[in-house]
Design a protein around this ligand. Structure first.
Ligand SMILES: Nc1ncnc2c1ncn2[C@@H]1O[C@H](COP(=O)(O)OP(=O)(O)OP(=O)(O)O)[C@@H](O)[C@H]1O
Length: 236
C-alpha cells in the first residue's frame, strides 16, 4: 500500500492519518496510529530513540510504503531533514526550485530566499553557506512548493544553540504567514515547548500522550510532565 494524495476529503486539515501500520518485515513499528493535523497547526513529536518518529514522518512524506491504514494529504508534503541535502553543483536559486517546472522559477526562488533572509544570495553556491544558512535554504526549498503539510525531521539538531534559537523564530514566523500544518520531530523538549501548539509523545509506535498548549500555558509544569512521560526524571 502506498500513500495516495487525496484532495477531496479535505477542508481544513493538512493530514488525516487513520489506523496506520508500518512494519519492517515481520516487525511492526507503528500500529493503529491516528493523527489529524489542521492547517496552521504546529505539532511536535517527541519520543525516545527508536520509538518510530522518523518512520512516521517518512510514511507521511510518502517516502516509504505502509502496511495498513490510510494517510490523506492535500497535495505533496514538503520535508526538511537534519542535513540540508542541497546539490553542491547547483546555485542556491536552482536548488530551491529543483523539480518545480514553472516559467517564473527564479522569481519564486527569490521570494522564498528573501523570506529566509538570503534574498541577495540567489547565484551563490551551497559550499559558501554556514550550517544555519544551508538549513534556511532547505526551508526556502520547502516553502516554494507552498505545501499544506510541512514535515521537519530534526532540522535544527546540528545547529549551535544561538543559530537554533534564531531558526525557531524564523520557522514560527513562516508558519504563521503561510499556515501549513507542521509535524516537527525533535529530541529537544524546550524546542517543542517553544514551537508547538500541540506536543505528542510517542512510545513504541503509538501516541502515548498529548499536550495542547495554550499561549498562556504553564511551561514548567508541561515540561516536567513531558520529561516524566519520556522516562527522564525531573529532580531539578
Ligand atoms: N529501514 C529499516 N529497516 C528495519 N528496521 C528499521 C528501519 N528503519 C527503522 N527501523 C526500526 O524501526 C524502529 C523505529 O525507528 P525510527 O528511526 O523511526 O525511530 P526514531 O524514533 O526516529 O529514533 P531516533 O530518535 O533515534 O531517530 C527502530 O526499532 C528501528 O530499528
Amino acid at each position: 500500500m502506498t500513500v495516495q494524495p487525496r484532495a477531496s476529503a479535505f477542508q481544513n486539515n493538512a493530514v488525516v492519518v487513520s489506523h496506520l501500520r508500518r512494519a519492517y518485515g515481520t516487525r511492526t513499528v507503528i500500529d493503529h496510529l491516528n493523527l489529524v493535523i489542521g492547517q496552521g497547526e504546529f505539532v511536535v513529536l517527541l519520543g525516545e530513540s527508536g520509538c518510530g518518529k522518523t518512520t512516521l514522518l517518512r510514511a507521511l512524506a510518502g517516502l516509504d510504503p505502509v502496511q495498513g491504514g490510510t494517510i490523506e494529504v492535500p497535495g505533496r508534503p514538503a520535508v526538511v531533514f537534519q542535513e540540508h541535502r542541497l546539490l553542491p553543483w547547483e546555485t542556491l536559486w536552482r536548488n530551491v526550485t529543483l523539480g518545480l517546472h514553472v516559467p517564473d522559477a527564479r522569481a519564486r526562488a527569490a521570494d522564498a530566499l528573501g523570506e529566509v533572509g538570503l534574498g541577495d544570495r540567489l547565484d551563490d553556491w551551497p559550499r559558501n553557506l554556514s550550517g544555519g544558512q544551508a538549513q534556511r535554504v532547505a526551508l526556502a526549498r520547502a516553502l516554494v512548493q507552498a505545501p499544506k503539510l510541512l514535515l521537519l525531521d530534526e532540522p535544527f539538531a546540528a545547529l549551535d544553540a544561538l543559530t537554533r534559537l534564531r531558526m525557531h523564530g524564523l520557522v514560527k514566523d513562516l508558519v504563521a504567514r503561510h499556515q501549513p500544518g507542521v509535524l516537527l520531530v525533535t529530541h529537544d523538549v524546550d524546542e517543542a515547548l517553544r514551537l508547538g501548539n500541540r506536543i505528542l509523545v510517542m512510545r513504541h509506535g503509538v501516541i502515548a500522550a498529548e499536550h495542547r498548549l495554550r499561549p498562556d500555558h504553564d511551561s514548567a509544569g508541561v515540561r516536567a510532565e513531558l520529561l516524566r512521560e519520556l522516562g527522564v526524571t525531573s529532580s531539578h
